[in-house]
Design a protein around this ligand. Structure first.
Ligand SMILES: [Zn+2]
Length: 154
């Protein structure tokens, strides 16, 4: 099912999500619907609050395709950072250069509820950081300078 994507400044985008206690059918369905919604919108990442659900569920476009991650946590970040242009499905048409860690180590549950540990670099590392930010109500416009934000009137 294709879900409606909440666009900035929808208040839900600023809320903190709760951890998923049990990977129920409802959660698995949410994951599938989010994958479908992300693909329909030609995105490479999506977080549950963007479809109106305050749950710690994200989709990340991995090398093999989109994957569901539940309760994702960043265990480690490389000290090395890089600046890349990012977009967000909640901000159509807005692209910003954002500095983020080059690599991350993630612990999460996969779409079936199995525990996984992942080392990601490049684009997936960036997507993980962007989507996990969403779960805490942090948006990519929070990662640019005050002056840049003033200029964009955000
Ligand atoms: Zn986003």
């Amino acid at each position: 099912m294709i879900l409606e994507i909440k666009k900035f400044p929808a208040p839900i985008l600023r809320k903190k999500c709760e951890g998923v206690k049990e990977v129920t059918e409802e959660i698995k369905n949410l994951g599938w619907d989010m994958v479908e919604t992300m693909e329909e919108n030609e995105g490479i990442g999506l977080a549950a609050p963007q479809v109106g659900e305050l749950k710690r569920v994200i989709i990340v476009q991995m090398e093999k395709g989109p994957e569901v991650f539940i309760n994702p946590k960043i265990l480690k970040k490389t000290r090395e950072t890089e600046i890349m242009e990012e977009g967000c499905l909640s901000f159509p048409g807005l692209f910003l250069k954002i500095k983020r860690a080059k690599g991350v180590e993630i612990e999460a549950l996969d779409g079936a509820g199995e525990k996984v540990k992942i080392k990601a670099g490049g684009l997936p590392a960036r997507i993980f950081q962007h989507e996990i930010d969403h779960l805490d109500g942090i948006l990519f416009i929070d990662r640019i300078s005050f002056w840049q934000r003033l200029k964009l009137k955000l």
